[in-house]
Design a binder for this molecule. Structure first.
Ligand SMILES: NC(=O)c1ccc[n+]([C@@H]2O[C@H](COP(=O)([O-])OP(=O)(O)OC[C@H]3O[C@@H](n4cnc5c(N)ncnc54)[C@H](OP(=O)(O)O)[C@@H]3O)[C@@H](O)[C@H]2O)c1
Length: 257
């Protein structure tokens, strides 16, 4: 059996920074033709990823991404729905307006639903395809009042992914979720800086507070490449019997089995 990913067309949303970039670079090194999306085109693109500019909080973005991929490559084999962020302020439930909730859900949940809906007919026709939805440990265990609207959108993503896996298994399409804990990325650094500001503490103390709250037995944040390692395995033919699962990559932080 050919276990390689050579020539597969892979979309990685938010593939220009952090976890998404690590996934895009890894898939490219495995031989995939990688399409990345983000709002801003990176200045450097050493791996030659095909870039599509797009804001995923906008409902029309998914259709135009799908159209450009299918026009350019004629197929889609792998979708990694990675773009996501906690866009809301701290302060708990009473600080969150309808607009905060809607924006968090547009980016972290509805954009994934729309991208998959636009590209799945092609995977179903091909009778093959793999989808990875990047969630968060905070969707299994709410650890921070700053992440309420974000983590509930990701929790919706988890159950949506399970339902999609059930629906698509017989059609040759696998769907899995990868849930990072804390990962050293621009998003995490911004979160820590905002926490320091809103709690009126030093950035170093905010960093320590996050690590204490998360309580990962491995005692450190992950590198983005450590998330990409699992994604590369899950999209490969070696994982062909794995679907409908939500994997934590969190240094052991989740306190339940
Ligand atoms: N870092 C962590 O500790 C952690 C933990 C658990 C889960 N996660 C999840 O992992 C995923 C990646 O996080 P990260 O930490 O790698 O984030 P990051 O460093 O901020 O990178 C996010 C990527 O998504 C793009 N992006 C952000 N907002 C977008 C929008 N509105 N439309 C389109 N693209 C957008 C960014 O590019 P532009 O800014 O140019 O658009 C960038 O390429 C997210 O889904 C996040 O929820 C992260």
């Amino acid at each position: 059996m050919d276990n390689s990913l050579k020539g597969r067309v892979a979309l990685v949303t938010g593939g220009t920074k952090g976890i998404g970039k690590a996934i895009a670079d890894r898939l490219s090194s495995e031989g995939c033709k990688v399409v990345v999306t983000a709002r801003t085109e990176p200045k450097e693109n050493p791996n030659g990823h095909y870039f599509i500019a797009s804001d995923l909080t906008q409902p029309e973005s998914a259709e135009s991404i799908a159209k450009e991929i299918l026009t350019t490559f004629g197929r889609i084999d792998i979708i990694v729905n990675n773009a996501g962020a906690n866009l809301s302020p701290g302060g708990g439930f009473s600080t969150l307006s309808d607009e905060h909730w809607i924006t968090d859900w547009q980016l972290n949940f509805l954009s994934v639903v729309r991208i998959n809906k636009a590209l799945l007919p092609v995977m179903i026709e091909q009778k093959s395809g793999v989808i990875i939805n990047i969630s968060t440990g905070a969707a299994k265990q709410p650890i921070w009042e700053m992440t309420m609207s974000y983590s509930s959108a990701k929790a919706a993503l988890n159950i949506y992914s399970k339902a999609l896996a059930n629906e698509l298994g017989a059609k040759g399409v696998r769907v899995n979720v990868v849930s990072p804990g804390v990962v050293k990325t621009p998003l995490m650094l911004e979160f820590i800086e905002n926490l320091a500001k809103s709690s009126n503490i030093k950035v170093d103390d905010a960093f320590k507070a996050v690590m204490d709250k998360v309580g990962a037995p491995l005692g450190r944040m992950a590198d983005p490449e450590e998330i990409a390692n699992l994604v590369a395995f899950l999209v490969s033919p070696e994982a062909k019997y794995i679907t409908g699962i939500n994997y934590s990559v969190d240094g052991g932080a989740l306190p339940v089995v």
